[in-house]
Ligand binder design. Structure first.
Ligand code: DGY
Length: 323
């Protein structure tokens, strides 16, 4: 049986697929496949291992023969899961293994933003490291600050642990429903969205992108935040409204922002956010460590192997297909 893979995968995952007797065809060009190319490459495949591609209705309707689609991500907002479910195509994802790496990225962005670190680095490159001024280049301290987690799941929990360990931060959170085990583990307090905005010194976004969370952080939200607040998003770029965020930062409605995700991705190099002292942007590298990417690829391969054997995927997004 044949598997089409949309990116170059770590050897460990390819070896798993090959050891299962599968024929693997990898897309090796350094660009995203177009929709037409993706459909064409899947025509003679039995399974798709997809990284960074949109799996929309049109693709699914043209690929109803696929026995399994394994995503190389925990997020599945780029996949039309409802249509896949109607077509009884199992969709797999890679939860759990990227929590530490993504939380590290959120922590990095929080700290870097609090000290304007990326901008300072750029100033050195620009030959602008001037004389020492006691009142210049000042950041803000995080010791004892309040961390507001929007979406306290596995990644949010790891971010909170880091913030408590490093800075004894107080943790509050807002979720659709309460996370009582995390409350016990962290001493975290559940608050309304409005209270999260009002009380937090740092807001870190760890929720998935849904119709409810899309554009949630808009000017109305930023205006309710503290003037010295830092906004961190390592989840999905569409959860904040970029124009509103840019304005909020320009007008000093909030202190700063650390973003690993933008909308669109990649961010245009002339985006005004990239030249602001109080903004740190990374190119969606939350899960980008050797160990995490190997683990994600292995899980995706295991999902493919199970799907092609007609077994339930170890990490299944749409259990509804089994009725
Ligand atoms: C995920 O796994 O969802 C990460 O954001 C990488 O896309």
């Amino acid at each position: 049986m044949k598997v089409f893979v949309t990116r170059i995968l770590p050897a460990a995952a390819l070896d798993l697929l090959k050891a299962a007797g599968l024929e693997v065809k990898q897309w090796t060009e350094k660009r995203k496949l177009t929709q037409e190319e993706l459909i064409a490459h899947c025509q003679d495949a039995d399974a798709l291992l997809s990284a960074g591609q949109q799996i929309n209705k049109e693709f699914l309707l043209a690929s109803t023969h696929l026995k399994v689609i394994a995503l190389h991500s925990v997020g599945f907002d780029n996949t039309d899961v409802d249509t896949a479910t109607e077509l009884k195509i199992p969709i797999g994802n890679t939860p759990g293994v990227l929590s530490d790496a993504t939380a590290d990225t959120a922590f990095l962005l929080m700290l870097a933003t609090s000290r304007n670190a990326f901008y300072m680095h750029q100033q050195i490159i620009n030959g602008e490291w001037g004389f020492f001024e006691p009142t210049a280049n000042l950041g803000i301290e995080l010791q004892g600050a309040t961390l507001g987690i929007f979406g306290l799941g596995k990644i949010g929990l790891e971010m909170a642990k880091r913030c408590i360990g490093a800075y004894q931060m107080k943790v509050i959170y807002h979720n659709r429903s309460r996370n009582e085990s995390a409350e016990q583990e962290l001493g975290a307090t559940y608050v309304s969205f409005e209270e999260l905005l009002k009380q937090s010194d740092v807001i870190s976004v760890h929720t998935s992108l849904t119709t409810e969370t899309e554009g949630k952080f808009n000017m109305e939200a930023f205006k309710q935040m503290k003037e010295r607040a830092i906004f961190v998003n390592t989840a999905r770029g569409s959860i904040h409204q970029e124009e509103d965020l840019t304005k909020a930062l320009q007008e000093k409605v909030i202190w700063g922002a650390g973003l690993d995700v933008t909308h669109p991705e990649p961010m245009a190099p002339d985006n005004p956010l990239l030249t602001m002292p109080n903004v740190c942007v990374l190119p969606h590298i939350g899960s980008a460590t050797v160990g995490t990417r190997n683990a994600m690829a292995r899980i995706a391969a295991e999902n493919i192997i199970a799907g092609l054997k007609g077994e339930r995927l170890p990490h299944l997004v749409n259990p509804e297909i089994y009725g």
